[in-house]
Ligand binder design. Structure first.
Ligand code: IMP
Length: 218
C-alpha cells in the first residue's frame, strides 16, 4: 500500500503528537497536527462511557474540519486514552482528562491513600480515516499507581503510572510478575520516551491501526 501523505492528527496534546510521530514516522507516515491558522481546532468531546464512541465522534469532527480546509481526501487520525483504576471500577477512565485538569496526579494519589490495591491500566483507542474507510486500533498497558510522583519526562499521569513488566516477546505480564523487560518500579515519568514506547498503550493502539491498514508494523 502506498504511503499516506500526510497523516493529520487532531490533538492538542504535544506529548501524544511526539509519540505518534516517533511510531508512525519510520513507517512512512508524515504525521502533522491538524490546525486551522496555526491553532488546534476546538472539538466537542461527547459524554460517552467508552473510548471508541468518543474517538469516533472526534474523527467525524476531524473529517469535517479537513473538508472545510479543502483536504477532504487526506488521511486523518484521532486518539483517545484514559487511566482506568481497578479499585475505582475504572474511574477516571473516560473522565481522565477532566480529572487531570482538576485534581491532577496529586489528587489521584490522595484518593488512593490507604488503598492497597493500586492496579490500573492505560487504554488507548486510535481511529483513522484513510480517505475511504475508518480503521480502529486499541491498546492497553497494565500497571499500577505509584506511592508518589516522579518528575521528569512524559505528560498527563506518567509521573504516577508504573507499567507491568514485559515478557521476552514484549507482552505484559500479570501484576507483580518479574519479567525480562521492566522499568524497575519507575513510573513512565521517570523513564525515557524510548522505554515508555516498549510498554505503551499508544504504541499498541497505533500498531493495531497499522495492521488494519495493511502495513508492516514497527
Ligand atoms: P485524552 O485522550 O487526551 O482525552 O487523555 C485523557 C487524559 O489521560 C489526559 O489527561 C492525558 O494527559 C492522559 N493521558 C493520555 N495518555 C496518556 C499517557 O500516555 N500517559 C499519561 N497520561 C496520559
Amino acid at each position: 500500500m502506498a504511503a499516506i501523505q500526510p497523516l493529520w492528527f487532531l490533538t492538542g496534546n504535544k506529548g501524544k503528537l511526539k509519540e505518534a510521530k516517533r511510531i508512525l514516522g519510520p513507517l512512512g507516515f508524515d504525521v502533522k497536527a491538524l490546525e486551522i491558522n496555526g491553532q488546534i481546532p476546538e472539538v466537542i468531546e461527547p459524554q460517552a462511557s467508552i473510548l471508541e464512541e468518543i474517538a469516533l465522534s472526534k474523527l467525524t469532527q476531524a473529517r469535517e474540519i479537513l473538508n472545510a480546509l479543502g483536504k477532504g481526501g487526506d488521511a486523518v487520525m484521532v486518539e483517545d486514552a484514559g487511566l482506568f483504576i481497578n479499585s475505582f471500577d475504572g474511574f477516571p477512565g473516560v473522565y481522565s482528562s477532566y480529572v487531570h485538569s482538576t485534581i491532577g496526579s496529586e489528587g489521584i494519589l490522595r484518593l488512593m491513600n490507604n488503598n492497597s490495591d493500586r492496579r490500573a491500566e492505560f487504554r488507548a483507542l486510535a481511529a483513522l480515516w484513510d480517505g475511504k474507510k475508518i480503521h480502529i486500533g486499541s491498546g492497553i498497558c497494565p500497571g499500577h499507581i505509584a506511592d508518589s510522583q516522579v518528575s521528569g519526562n512524559g505528560f498527563g499521569y506518567d509521573p504516577i503510572f508504573i507499567p507491568c513488566d514485559l515478557d521476552s516477546n514484549g507482552e505484559p505480564l500479570e501484576f507483580g510478575t518479574v519479567g525480562m523487560i521492566s522499568t524497575d518500579g519507575i513510573p513512565f515519568g521517570g523513564t525515557s520516551i524510548e522505554v515508555k514506547e516498549k510498554f505503551s498503550h499508544r504504541r499498541r493502539a497505533l500498531q493495531a491501526l497499522i495492521l488494519s491498514l495493511g502495513r508492516p508494523s514497527a
